[in-house]
Design a protein around this ligand. Sequence first.
Ligand SMILES: Nc1ncnc2c1ncn2[C@@H]1O[C@H](COP(=O)(O)OP(=O)(O)O)[C@@H](O)[C@H]1O
Ligand SMILES: N[C@@H](CCOP(=O)(O)O)C(=O)O
Length: 318
Amino acid sequence: MAVFTTVTLDDLAQWSAQFPLGRALAIKGISTGIENSNFFIAMESGEYVLTVFEKLSFEQLPFYLNLMRHLAQRDVLVPLPIANRDGSILNALHGKPASIVTKLQGECQLGPEPVHCREVGAMLAKMHLAARDFPQHQPNLRGLNWWKETAPAVLPYLPQEGQQLLQSELRYQEEFAAGTTYQTLPNGPIHADLFRNNVMFDGERLTGFFDFYFAGWDTWLFDVAVTVNDWCIDLDSGALDHARVRAMLDAYHAVRPFTNEEQSAWQAMLRAGALRFWLSRLYDFYKPREAEILTPHDPTHFERILRLRISEPAPALA
Ligand SMILES: Nc1ncnc2c1ncn2[C@@H]1O[C@H](COP(=O)(O)OP(=O)(O)O)[C@@H](O)[C@H]1O
Ligand SMILES: N[C@@H](CCOP(=O)(O)O)C(=O)O
């Protein structure tokens, strides 16, 4: 259950009076999600999602919310944050930062077919292009520096072969990031966590990307790698499903053609995408935050994916 802060209909009625959305009619807690308190709210003007942020601060949130607004204004399908009558999209509710965003129709597609991967690939490329002129700059906070800081904390918990893999992959990624190919890769704001549970579909029609709270500046190819490593694999084995890979990459390439340098970097980026989530899952597993009540994701899933991405040649990007 992920409602950490209680918001009653009376609370909502008072607080939402600052928004041009009409009267508050209903509020319902959303049980999925692990970071924030989320609610579906019905206002006279329609249905929205209210989020009370439990960890991110008033200082951290504008990057993510402004990015969503920037993308929504450029026809990328993402929730639009709603401004109050003073133009503010972030306002205190029960002393915590909170925002209202438009509700995406449909549901998550947890068993994707090539048709869904095609939609995700095309919208991801569109998102990268649309974010090029986003003026705020924040690095990917789960990038190489975070990997280097985090690895020593989890290494002691791993068996020897796991330690060797983590150390050697980290060295490989450090060297790769210092090399000339890496420097040529196009970059900009990326979603950085575009898993199946962060995209909404109405049947085969994509209705939006959401959960932008790992977004930051990084290479576009890293975003593609993270997305392929979740959408285009067999979840049991971690093996790539070539029909889904082709559907996603071809659709992306049709909107934003991959460069030759990106082709050279592709295998390294698929490995980087696997390493990033192996590390964060290891950290959440072995170093759970105080009062953390949720079951952590299985880290071995991404260890398996990393081993496969190292041992197999990467599929062609285009
Ligand atoms: N804009 C939205 N439109 C429709 N549903 C949403 C929207 N934002 C969140 N949700 C629903 O809320 C759930 C939890 O959201 P999520 O961002 O994953 O939460 P958390 O940040 O707490 O992990 C999602 O799985 C989805 O069902
Ligand atoms: N996608 C990550 C976890 C991030 O949590 P989210 O539910 O907010 O996307 C993983 O699977 O490890």
